[in-house]
Design a protein around this ligand. Structure first.
Ligand SMILES: [Zn+2]
Length: 81
């Protein structure tokens, strides 16, 4: 299982996902071709959640925000924060 996160650039937000999440789709997202513009980018896959979280924290700090977990695939990981 790989882990990913998505960094929105317009409205800074970093969301962590599992690779098998339907929103993540192994870093490809839901409908990559339907978006006519770039809203952000996927990072991953990281072999462990801890590595993904560490990288997400680094980017989030740069954006001045806190990373969040996908409600659908990572809600049971909330205790790690
Ligand atoms: Zn997800």
């Amino acid at each position: 299982m790989n882990y990913y996160f998505y960094a929105y650039l317009r409205n800074p937000k970093v969301t962590l996902h599992r690779g098998n999440c339907r929103f993540c789709n192994d870093g490809k997202g839901m409908q990559p071709k339907k978006l006519g513009y770039i809203t952000g980018h996927w990072k991953g896959g990281y072999p462990s959640f801890e590595l993904a979280l560490e990288a997400a924290h680094r980017i989030s700090q740069r954006l001045g925000i806190e990373p969040v977990y996908c409600q659908r695939c990572l809600s049971q990981k909330m205790e790690l924060s």
